[in-house]
Write a protein that binds this ligand. Structure first.
Ligand code: ATP
Ligand code: MG
Length: 374
């Protein structure tokens, strides 16, 4: 999948601009606050239907203007497609418009998956460093793009969890229907088992990719790598063994049924998919605690490259890789890998300083929301 050309109008600090990308590596280069991340935000918007920086579309409207527009010409294995996104400031009271090949899309969900992109920005170090919620969110965003069934299951799970928690709270305060709890437990166990199965498969596959990419980043693909990462799927079932969906369901149900009084005491659901995590190890030690800043960054980057690899296996095409400000944090070997060893993948990255390593990337100068080829 290739982003060919993008046009912006009134988008953040960009009054009006067009950027042409090469199918290989593209480097947006410029000083702070010139509009590098803004450009990436616009590209990511076309992939995910939302910003990675703000939940409010109106924040992306250029100060003092009524609307913004972004249009992207992209090429997938079959054909060239045009995507268009327009949103308005709060004052206008107008609804956003999305179009694919000139045809209006009634729901934003119909945009998702047409153009696929994997984003890596400095904040994403959180997937290694921060709490389990960050890693669950990483998993969910990655899997939802590939499997709509998973998204449905996740939505049902969250609904049941909210209802079950509300009931447990009532029960802890001395009222509420105990028999209803059994119904919720059964439903929660069913969804948890489905989510378990999908997450288990994903993390197992991701572990393979992370091992490969981490080794290439750190050791240039050495046959005897110095440091070996490992990802493990942690869940309420307290085993790393792969269980069948039915078996997982029975285990979840047993946990929920046998711990009713504990849960009523706590007033909250203690077992299920909302407790899952990915344990990340480097040479057998927890990366969150023991890995260096650079190692953590390489792990997070390897996870993102792995996400792209799995997406390619599913769809037959690589997503576009968007790297915001990653070069400055990496040593020359790792920079070289990103700049020249990602083969047929399209990469669009940003940086403030020219990379100290050779590269035949396309360089694009960024100044005050304007973009031109170097
Ligand atoms: N809605 C908006 N309208 C106009 N300008 C905006 C809007 N939102 C943000 N900006 C401005 O856009 C400018 C560029 O932001 P951007 O995040 O793209 O910079 P950058 O080139 O990535 O810089 P850095 O290297 O510091 O990350 C900032 O000065 C910011 O104030
Ligand atoms: Mg930036």
């Amino acid at each position: 999948m290739i982003a060919g050309r993008i046009s912006y109008r009134n988008f953040r600090n960009i009054e009006s601009a067009d950027i042409e990308f090469s199918p290989g590596v593209n480097v947006l280069i410029g000083n702070n606050a010139e509009g590098k991340t803004n450009a990436l935000e616009g590209i990511y918007l076309m992939a995910s239907g939302k910003s990675f920086r703000t939940p409010r579309e109106r924040d992306m409207v250029r100060f003092g203007e009524d609307y913004f527009e972004v249009s992207l010409t992209m090429q997938d294995a079959e054909r060239q497609q045009e995507l268009f996104f327009k949103a308005y400031s709060a004052e206008t009271g107008k609804r956003r418009e999305c179009r694919k090949n000139g045809v209006s899309l009634p729901r934003i969900s119909e945009l998702i998956g047409v153009f696929r992109a994997v984003l890596f920005c400095p904040e994403q170090l959180a997937i290694v460093k921060d709490g389990p919620a960050e890693r669950r969110s990483f998993l969910d965003i990655a899997i939802c793009q590939l499997r709509p069934v998973y998204l449905k299951s996740l939505q049902r799970f969250n609904k049941i969890l909210t209802q079950r928690n509300a009931l447990l709270k009532q029960l802890s305060e001395g009222f509420g229907e105990t028999s209803l709890l059994e119904v919720y437990s059964e439903q929660l166990a069913r969804e948890s088992a489905l989510i378990y199965k999908t997450r288990y498969e994903y993390v197992t596959r991701l572990d393979m990719s992370v091992k490969k990419f981490f080794c290439e980043l750190a050791d240039g693909g050495d046959e005897n790598p110095h440091e070996v990462p490992e990802l493990r799927y942690k869940n309420s079932l307290k085993t790393y063994e792969r269980l069948g969906e039915m078996e997982a369901y029975e285990h979840y149900l047993k946990l929920l049924c046998e711990n009713t009084s504990r849960e009523i005491g706590a007033g909250i659901t203690l077992y299920g998919s909302h407790k899952d995590d990915i344990e990340i190890y480097l040479d057998g030690r927890e990366a969150r605690q023991f890995a260096s800043q650079g190692q953590q960054r390489s792990l997070a980057l390897a996870m993102k490259l792995g996400e792209g690899e799995i997406s390619m296996e599913y769809s037959g095409e690589y997503p576009v890789f968007l790297f915001d400000d990653v070069l400055s944090e990496l040593d020359p070997r790792r920079q070289r890998f990103l700049l020249s060893q990602l083969g047929s993948r399209q990469v669009i990255m940003t940086t403030c300083t020219p990379p100290p390593v050779e590269s035949d990337a396309k360089f694009i100068d960024v100044e005050g929301g304007l973009y031109w080829d170097k």
